[in-house]
Design a protein around this ligand. Structure first.
Ligand SMILES: NC(=O)c1ccc[n+]([C@@H]2O[C@H](COP(=O)([O-])OP(=O)(O)OC[C@H]3O[C@@H](n4cnc5c(N)ncnc54)[C@H](OP(=O)(O)O)[C@@H]3O)[C@@H](O)[C@H]2O)c1
Length: 396
């Protein structure tokens, strides 16, 4: 089959890291399915895999006994089931499906005992930590990764939402005390981005009041159309990054005035003096100190990435005195992916497909994302689907 591969000697920018090669079609195990990929989503996993950081994915494969020397990335897709393993009863050949990126071994005793698979040792991110992802004509997945394709979506629309949607769903509804409730103010960083566009819609669906942060006023309309009650342009502020040492009173107070001004901007766009009960974080190093500062007493900052860097700081005094929660989150479990897929299927959430690329253009799509020049929402690349707009099924 044809696949875009990544090899160690090409680690670097996406346009250099990816190369279209002719490789063996993956063989499946008894609990797995081979899926003919119709379209794939484009997300940061492909960029991180292509750079070999924060983890060297090829090295990871070698340690798990896979010595093929290449990695086929891609952690979300739509497609048609082509073959199923002998133990698979939940999926059949010919099913039109959507694939999520949570790979784990259902035979794990802790999973069988009811533990969240995301917190068990066999959990890996498919197409990132596992090989044979969705950037090939065929992909190999565990049967439990397979969801029904919403009938009203094209192949490309159906390919773009499980990575960001799963993470947004778990972040906003996965931590019991801090599930978004009716009336909650929720601050969403990168409101016009892949995660942000889906997170805004989830907050609205729960009756919450999302406030989006963007870097360009041109993105405001997109966020408002999705339901944001207010939009903040982060370019009006310059206090970003690690908090200066509190012993350096002048530098610390300069940072504090920046964070306070950002907090007041939240009150201004909201029309009342109220802090967000939940802050949906992913830029990381640059924004986490501010997120922790503006989060309401007893609220939660939930973080699933560190796109701007991994060394974040927070002022512990405000953290314990105001009893805030800083919660890491990653991917989703089956129930959460299914719940999100149902919201897409019922039309409550739109996948926000921004642009569809051809299979050949897949490295270019990643390069645009890497440079921050990609369009709002979520991008797709066609793989088996011959043209855009196919895959919508007639309703009876
Ligand atoms: N752990 C998980 O399960 C999981 C799942 C999905 C995604 N992720 C990660 O989440 C991150 C975002 O993914 P995405 O698909 O949403 O990317 P995206 O479409 O590029 O959106 C990210 C947004 O972040 C904003 N941003 C960029 N630099 C920023 C900065 N310095 N300060 C504040 N905001 C900034 C940008 O909006 P503005 O410039 O308009 O502010 C951009 O639209 C990636 O690192 C990805 O790997 C993790």
């Amino acid at each position: 089959m044809y696949a875009h591969t990544i090899r160690e000697e090409r680690f670097g920018d996406p346009v250099d890291a990816f190369c279209l090669e002719y490789v063996d079609t993956p063989e499946i195990g008894e609990d797995e399915c081979l899926v003919a990929v119709m379209a794939t989503g484009i997300n940061y996993n492909g960029i991180w895999a292509g750079y070999g950081r924060p983890i060297n994915v090829i090295d990871g494969h070698r340690r798990r006994g896979d010595h093929r020397g290449y990695h086929v990335a891609g952690s979300e897709a739509s497609g048609i089931v082509y073959e199923v393993g002998s133990a698979v009863s939940t999926v059949k050949v010919g099913d039109h499906v959507v694939l999520h990126g949570g790979w784990w071994d259902c035979r794990c005793p802790r999973i069988r005992a009811g533990e969240d698979p995301m917190l068990t040792p066999s959990h890996l991110v498919w197409g990132y930590e596992t090989n044979d992802g969705s950037f090939g004509q065929f992909t190999r997945v565990k049967a439990h990764q397979v969801l029904s394709k919403p009938a009203h979506l094209t192949w490309e629309e159906a390919a773009v939402y499980t990575v960001n949607g799963g993470a947004a769903y778990r972040g906003l509804f996965g931590f019991e005390e801090h599930r978004v409730r009716r009336g909650d103010v929720v601050l969403v960083w990168g409101g016009a981005g892949g995660l942000g566009t889906l997170a805004i819609q989830l907050v609205v669906a729960a009756g919450g009041r999302p406030i989006a942060v963007v870097s360009d006023d041109a993105k405001s309309e997109c966020c408002r159309a999705l339901g944001a009650v207010g939009v903040i342009n982060r370019k009006k502020f310059d206090h970003w990054g690690v908090i200066p040492d509190w012993r350096d009173a002048e530098a610390y107070h300069q940072w504090l005035s920046g964070a306070r001004a950002f907090g007041k901007e939240i009150w201004r766009v909201l029309g009342e003096r109220r802090n967000p009960r939940i802050v949906f974080e992913h830029p990381g190093e640059s924004t986490l100190p501010t997120s922790c500062f503006v989060c309401a007493e007893g609220g939660m900052v939930v973080i699933c990435a560190g796109t701007t860097g991994y060394t974040a700081s927070l002022d512990l005094r405000r953290h314990w005195m105001r009893q805030k929660r800083l919660q890491g989150t990653h991917g989703a479990n089956t129930a959460q992916y299914r719940a999100f897929n149902d919201m897409i299927a019922s039309g409550v959430v739109d996948p926000c497909l921004s642009r569809t690329f051809t299979f050949d253009q897949l490295p270019e799509a990643h390069q645009l994302m890497h440079l921050g020049q990609h369009p709002y929402g979520n991008m797709a690349a066609l793989v088996g689907a011959p043209e855009m707009g196919l895959g919508r099924e007639e309703r009876g």
